[in-house]
Write a protein that binds this ligand. Structure first.
Ligand SMILES: Nc1ncnc2c1ncn2[C@@H]1O[C@H](COP(=O)(O)OP(=O)(O)O)[C@@H](O)[C@H]1O
Ligand SMILES: [Mg+2]
Length: 503
């Protein structure tokens, strides 16, 4: 089954998410759809899978125009989408989930289920999926849940499978397994659309590459032939450098020392389990791990946002286990939080106000009870320029900035003081390649000036590019260490540790 999109345009109010998109998808082929966050990839595929209706343009299947009134129509036409966020019922089995989606309002009966189990087994066999139809979803790792989504789509006889950023939640080994499955689907004659914003992935899996930028197809590429430089330039619209330049590693004194730290989640389950490590001045320690293995609670505990249950944290020899957020700031902590809109900024405040959020109470911005707004504004203007925060004015509401510029604003604020230790969680999540490059440079500059840096990221490539030393967290524990004296960092071993194989 071949599909053609012709002149597809989709608007959300004034925003043009897709503009005159032409694209062909062919049976037996993997089309790699590459583009930055916000480029319009999901919108386009939501149109193809019947979730959205285009404002202009048409979809042709094997040369005939079709019109979808909803996802049901697209599924009946043989088009299935595996979404970024899975839509499975955790307390149901694999087979139950597979049947459920077909007729969501009907009661499941015994016959349906028996048939479904058999079909799940057949699909397993055909594509090497290895999923137990009777297992509960909640007992399955994310990589296997993704396969259940694939089975759901195949169960509905899809000929076209659309994967929206499928690797975002997988370890490197799971990615390899996933690519095998995609190849077997392709070899069985399915048409595949593989969406990603990660350049390196596309070469390994795509037969053809289309690049989307600001809602338009801006170029095509061939895996292995078109260089990453060229692809990145198409994605961003300007040349991009990839290397993160770092001075040689010369760590100094221990700044942050964490001993036997245990931290609980809100529901009293153990998030951080007896963790011990340290961060020295002039080094970047990277914490790798699949999301949900305790990294968030660790950062919260270290920045004073979450209570420590047992264990201790010292900073330059001083016990700070119970110190407040403000105390830590005054000692030279910089914190780039995971959830920038919730914890990093106040969207209704101006850029100037946001940049003074954790300094306004000290000289030179405040003389006792009188704020010196001129000092606040001068400081913001200086750092907004230095950190390339692109805005019409520092008196614009911070919520109006793009994600990348919001993040640069936070990094600017956090590094515009005399800091000693930077704790950055997912510092570049959701940012475009240009902003990532910029923030990485600033983090490395802080380290080269002697700051200690702790980076938590679920992007292994980011951890590898920045870190002098890498710790892997799995189920609340540090299960492995790489680099600087420990075993050399390599992606395969780190991936195994992330999956708990070294625990
Ligand atoms: N339902 C929606 N309502 C309003 N704007 C949307 C909606 N869905 C997407 N957008 C906007 O459309 C643009 C493209 O988004 P999307 O297709 O999700 O990009 P991508 O998948 O490439 O990251 C973005 O600016 C996004 O904010
Ligand atoms: Mg998307």
């Amino acid at each position: 089954m071949d599909i053609e999109l012709r002149g597809i345009t989709k608007r959300f109010g004034d925003l043009v998410a897709n503009s005159g998109v032409n694209l062909s998808i062919k049976a037996g082929e993997v089309l790699g759809l590459l583009g930055e966050n916000g480029a319009g990839k999901s919108t386009m595929m939501n149109i193809l899978s019947g979730l959205y209706r285009p404002d202009e343009g048409e979809i042709l299947i094997d040369g005939k125009p079709v019109s979808f009134r909803g996802p049901g129509d697209a599924i009946r036409a043989g088009i299935g989408m595996v979404h970024q966020h899975f839509m499975l019922v955790p307390v149901f089995t694999v087979a139950e989930n597979v049947v459920l989606g077909v007729e969501p309002t009907r009661m499941l009966d015994y016959l349906d289920l028996r048939k479904a189990r058999e079909q799940v087994r057949e699909i397993n066999e055909e594509y090497g999926l290895e999923v137990d139809p009777d297992e509960l979803i909640e007992n399955l790792p994310v990589g296997i849940q993704q396969r259940v989504e694939i089975i759901k789509v195949l169960f509905r006889s899809a000929s076209v499978l659309i994967f929206d950023e499928p690797t975002a939640v997988l370890t490197p080994q799971e990615v390899t397994e996933f690519f095998k499955i995609v190849r077997s689907l392709r070899d069985a004659g399915k048409a595949i659309v593989f969406i990603t914003h990660k350049l390196h992935e596309i070469h390994g899996i795509a037969d053809r590459i289309s690049v989307l930028r600001a809602g338009k197809i801006v170029g095509e590429g061939l895996p292995g032939k078109t260089s990453d430089q060229d692809l990145a330039e198409m994605m961003v619209g300007r040349p991009v450098t990839f290397e993160v330049e770092k001075k040689t590693f010369e760590p100094g004194e221990v700044l942050l020392d964490i001993r036997n730290l245990t931290v609980l989640r809100d529901d009293d389950s153990v998030a951080v389990d007896n963790v011990t490590f340290s961060v020295r001045s002039g080094e970047i320690v990277g914490i790798a791990g699949v999301q949900g293995n305790g990294q968030t609670a660790l950062v919260e505990a270290l920045t004073g946002l979450r209570r420590v249950t047992t264990g201790s944290v010292t900073f330059q020899g001083k016990d700070i286990t119970g110190a407040s957020v403000r105390d830590r700031h005054r000692m030279g902590f910089a914190h780039v939080p995971e959830d920038r809109q919730r914890a990093g900024m106040i969207t209704d405040f101006t850029i100037a106000e946001n940049m003074a959020l954790n300094t306004y109470y000290d000289e030179p911005y405040s003389h006792g009870i009188v704020m010196d707004w001129k000092a606040v504004a001068d400081n913001s203007a200086k750092y907004a320029t230095a950190f390339d925060v692109r805005a019409t004015s520092i008196f614009e509401a911070a919520g109006h900035l793009s994600g990348g510029n919001q993040q640069k604003m936070i990094v600017a604020r956090e590094l515009s003081r005399d800091t000693k230790l930077m704790i950055a969680a997912q510092p570049t999540r959701g940012l475009d390649v240009g902003s990532i490059e910029y923030i990485h440079k600033r983090i490395v500059a802080a380290r080269d000036e002697g700051d200690g840096v702790l980076i938590v990221s679920s992007e292994l490539d980011e951890i590898l590019a920045l870190s002098d030393r890498i710790l892997v967290m799995f189920k609340g524990r540090v299960v492995a260490e790489f680099g600087a004296g420990a075993r050399p960092a390599n992606k395969n071993d780190i991936g195994l540790a992330m999956a708990g194989a070294l625990a």
